[in-house]
Design a protein around this ligand. Structure first.
Ligand code: HMG
Ligand code: MG
Length: 316
């Protein structure tokens, strides 16, 4: 399959971008039918073979809240031998941290909401309570696993919330700054329901910069509900962001935000980045084959435009 139509660099863009792959977690947490553990681990192994070096593997949230990821420990155990790849997992609280550490995890991600309504729906507590929990998780993680543990922070609903409307930029900066100051090595700005537009992205990243958190500390996490994810990514890259979250095949959604669809598809991101001459280390053909295989496992075509263009209809 032909995947190259030349390289045409843009101005003010980085030479390399780190892709933070979330398909196995954000993608699969919303599946109606349970995905067998063996399919999840084959998916992650194939993503690694396609050149993705950071793959969020699963989530140690409450299995009753997200039954799709109730096999988190089995997934982590099955991937023990996979080398050369970071496999972070989502951890919501101390109970989740204990489960993750028991299985040798050294890379975790904590998450809070910028808005009160989503905090209650997703974490069953207020924003302030969730920040207290995260602080305990970070302290305990460092005390138990040592300073080598990597802790990423996410803020959800950074641009808009289905119950509250547009999100206050100052609230996002406040919550996000707290996570960075607690010791997160990076902060991922989540557009959980995909409502952001490029100027809004520039404004938010500018507000973090004004609060002494430059773009180098930030990642972007766009869901593609309104088709804005690629445009928003380009806007973020132009501000100096170099880490982008995406989901192979465009899988995804959030079980506690009905209006959320899949993340920006990794294939669509890679197509754009490679066209701009930006290095990712990803083999697009191998990635497309992986997502087409996964589409077959899930029994529906991939929503990724690139997967569809490079296969007959996104199915194997
Ligand atoms: P809760 O019911 O309030 O929990 O849920 P609790 O603390 O009251 O505990 C109740 C019982 O659950 C206790 O057991 C705990 O031990 C147990 P009991 O004493 O009754 O026998 N428990 C657990 N068991 C296993 N693992 C755990 C755990 N925690 C408590 N981790 C909780 C609070 C946070 C657990 C729940 O609300 C939860 O799991 N929420 C997660 C929801 C979720 O996963 N959402 C999707 C991920 S976020 C996202 O997708 C956004 C993102 O992609 C960025 C973006 O797009 O914006 C990251
Ligand atoms: Mg998400």
């Amino acid at each position: 399959m032909s995947t190259t139509y030349g390289t045409h660099p843009g101005t003010g863009l980085p030479e390399t971008v780190q892709i933070y792959e979330v398909g196995a977690r954000d993608g699969l947490q919303n599946e109606k039918n349970p995905v067998p553990t063996a399919v999840k681990t084959e998916f992650i192994t194939r993503l690694a073979a396609a050149g993705l070096t950071t793959i969020e593997a699963t989530s140690f949230v409450h299995p009753k809240w997200v039954p799709q990821l109730a096999d988190a420990a089995d997934v982590v155990d099955a991937l023990t031998g996979l080398s050369g790849v970071r496999l972070p997992v989502l951890v919501p609280n101390l109970a989740g941290l204990a489960r993750a550490l028991e299985h040798g995890v050294t890379d975790i991600a904590v998450f809070v909401s910028a808005t009160e309504t989503f905090s209650q729906k997703n974490l069953n507590c207020s924003v302030t309570e969730s920040l207290t929990t995260v602080e305990k998780v970070i302290t305990e993680a460092k005390a138990t696993a040592g300073e080598q543990i990597s802790i990423r922070g996410y803020v959800s609903m950074c641009f808009g919330d289905p119950w509250e409307g547009q999100t206050d930029i100052a609230a996002v900066v406040d919550v996000g700054s707290r996570l960075l100051e607690m010791g997160c090595y990076e902060l991922s700005l989540g557009d959980t329901i995909g409502v952001a537009t490029p100027g809004h992205v520039e404004q938010l990243i500018g507000a973090f910069d004004a609060a002494r958190h430059p773009a180098a500390q930030l990642a972007v996490h766009f869901h593609d509900t309104y088709g804005q994810a690629l445009a928003n990514t380009l806007a973020a890259l132009q501000t100096g962001v170099t880490t982008v979250d995406s989901s192979a095949g465009g899988l995804g959604g959030c079980p506690y935000a009905k209006s959320a669809t899949g993340n920006l598809a990794t294939e669509d991101l890679v197509w754009q980045l490679h066209g701009l001459g930006i290095r990712t280390g990803v083999d697009l053909d191998a990635l497309v084959r992986t997502s087409a295989w996964m589409a077959g496992e899930l029994g529906r075509p991939s929503p990724s435009r690139v997967v569809r263009a490079l296969t007959s209809d996104g199915a194997p």
